[in-house]
Design a protein around this ligand. Structure first.
Ligand SMILES: Cc1cc2nc3c(=O)[nH]c(=O)nc-3n(C[C@H](O)[C@H](O)[C@H](O)COP(=O)(O)O)c2cc1C
Length: 170
């Protein structure tokens, strides 16, 4: 698929088939994340791939939307391993770096016929405990991954005019 087609087709998927993801496909999704850019190319990230139903169920309990999180055959816990690094612009690098990597994965997944949903509504403390994540490391997001049961309609977006201005703030 053309990149723009992948971008246009992607949706947040909240219903998954009871079907495993092929090992090779999963590796391709993860590799797209590995190849993402990061501040100073530090790549201070770790992606915990959760497949077991028992652990998915436990993680789902720590999320607001339990059902589809448990249903997805894979949950990726995307971690920033260096939360202290602040860029010259004053922004913390880790949530940005990890988000770019996850976006790569989401688009690659779509390209391979898989669906994803980004999750911010989870209890980080509980998920860290479940996955034995070191105290210093932050979980930026959870990503569900699997074969979609249906393709939801697209959601509206603001127009370019609303979100873009030229030469100065307007
Ligand atoms: C930072 C972030 C956090 C999100 N958190 C959740 C979440 O906790 N639960 C959920 O169901 N969807 C979550 N989403 C998905 C958004 O609701 C979704 O991307 C948005 O409604 C647009 O729909 P679309 O992805 O289908 O285009 C999140 C997305 C982002 C980027």
């Amino acid at each position: 698929m053309e990149l723009i087609e992948v971008i246009k087709r992607r949706r947040s998927i909240r219903a998954y088939e009871d079907k495993k993801i092929e090992r090779e496909k999963l590796a391709r999704v993860l590799d797209a994340g590995r190849l993402a850019p990061s501040a100073r190319n530090l790549q201070d990230w770790k992606f915990i791939v959760v497949k077991s139903l028992e652990m998915r169920t436990r993680i789902a309990h720590a999320c607001k939307s339990e059902d589809f999180v448990r249903e997805a055959p894979v949950i990726i816990a995307a971690c920033g391993t260096n939360p202290d690094y602040i860029m010259t612009c004053g922004q913390k690098a880790y949530p940005i770096d990890v988000s770019i990597a996850l976006t790569h994965m989401m688009l690659r997944a779509e390209d391979l016929g898989l669906g994803t949903c980004w999750l911010g509504a989870f209890n980080e403390k509980k998920v860290k405990e479940l996955l034995a994540v070191p105290a210093k490391v932050r979980i930026v997001a959870l990503l569900t991954l699997g074969y979609s049961r249906y393709h939801p309609p697209s959601k509206s977006r603001k127009s370019l005019d609303e979100v873009v201005c030229y030469d100065r703030w307007k």
